[in-house]
Design a protein around this ligand. Structure first.
Ligand code: HEC
Ligand code: HEC
Length: 291
């Protein structure tokens, strides 16, 4: 055989091996996304009193609204020509809403176990953080979800492009299925009384998930969204040492940093945080300053 024939045979074989490799991972991602997980949610008795509804409203309108939309009627979380689309569904009883979830067990399965009522593991729903929520917060959220004003909006289909599936199977984004990372038997944390402002702040950063972007020790990291700027160091070792509470509150309420920079809500979800009560913002600030 001539050498050019050999080159054709080798490049042809390599192409076939590469195609098989890509095909294998796309199929594997399909299997991961459409598998069924049998979960027995850890149950909680839900109170519908005014305290529960007040607590629930606080969390649902701030942290859940970040992805499910300000009116909780569903919202596109990712829309990208290469990645595809990921839609956070309509949580209300309106037309197109997930009314089948009007059942506390189903809410618990989605919220604390990352599993849909059909047993499908949810993608990117931050249930790992929500397993750290205390009983009063979990109960309040569910009580309030059951009273959400109906919004008529049909859910868009989430659809990943082959490239995203390939990367998902390879684990390039980390594991996006909360359900794989959760201890499904763990009890719901008890409520706490008499905690200091800084202790309260530490709890809040955990359930809101500031660490997911700023790093487990808040010293800054790349967030996983390739378009996003690096999430900065927000301990007193960084630029944050110069910030006072006014600067912090201003960022959380208006999206403007101490240096006068407008922060894109897509990369740092301050709009959702602007709906947190002032005492909670103070707790978070106090905790960050204590680091
Ligand atoms: C970081 C974005 C994000 C946040 C914050 C978020 N969700 Fe989700 N949620 C999603 C996405 C994305 C899906 C759809 C996942 C899928 O279809 O695989 C989802 C799905 C759900 C579902 C649907 C379950 C099903 O059976 O189909 C429920 C219920 C839900 N979320 C409730 C909540 C509640 C309550 C909160 C606040 C405590 C919240 N989510 C916060 C992104 C988010
Ligand atoms: C989805 C990722 C993400 C989450 C969640 C997030 N941040 Fe950020 N944050 C960022 C990014 C990215 C920036 C930088 C934005 C820029 O430079 O435009 C930032 C900037 C900041 C800044 C400004 C610091 C400076 O020196 O300019 C503070 C303060 C801050 N975040 C606090 C928080 C707190 C507190 C939480 C949780 C309540 C939080 N962030 C949650 C991504 C995130």
């Amino acid at each position: 055989m001539t050498s050019s024939k050999w080159i054709w045979i080798i490049t042809g074989s390599l192409t076939i091996i590469l195609a098989a490799f890509i095909f294998f991972h796309i199929e594997r991602a399909n299997d991961l996304m459409h598998r069924s997980m049998k979960i027995e949610p850890v149950l909680l008795e839900i109170n519908n009193d005014s305290t529960a509804l007040r607590i629930g409203k606080k969390w649902v309108t701030s942290i859940c609204a970040e992805c499910h939309g300000t009116d909780l009627g569903g919202h596109t979380v990712v829309e990208d020509p290469i990645i595809g689309r990921l839609y956070a569904p309509n949580l209300t009883r309106g037309k197109g809403g997930i009314s089948y979830l009007n059942n506390n067990e189903h809410w618990l399965a989605a919220l604390r176990h990352g599993v849909s009522v059909t047993g499908r593991p949810l993608v990117l729903m931050p249930s790992v953080e929500y397993t750290k929520m205390r009983k009063e917060d979990v109960g309040g959220i569910i009580a309030y979800l059951n009273t959400l004003p109906p919004v008529d909006r049909i859910n868009q289909k989430s659809a990943f492009k082959p490239m995203a599936k390939f990367l998902l199977s390879l684990g390039v984004f980390g594991n996006l299925f909360s359900a794989d990372l959760i201890d499904h038997q763990a009890p719901i944390p008890e409520n706490r009384k008499n905690e200091t402002l800084a202790e309260r702040g530490a709890y809040l950063t955990e359930i809101i998930g500031c660490q997911g972007c700023h790093g487990s020790t808040f010293t800054g990291k790349y967030t996983g969204d390739p378009m996003s700027p690096k999430a900065p160091n927000i301990t007193p070792a960084g630029n944050f040492s110069k910030w006072d509470y006014e600067d912090f509150s201003n960022l959380m309420n208006t999206g403007i940093t101490r240096d006068g920079k407008a922060v894109n809500n897509r990369f740092m979800p301050w709009e959702a945080y602007s709906r947190l009560p002032e005492n909670e913002l103070k707790a978070i600030y106090t905790y960050l300053k204590s680091l």
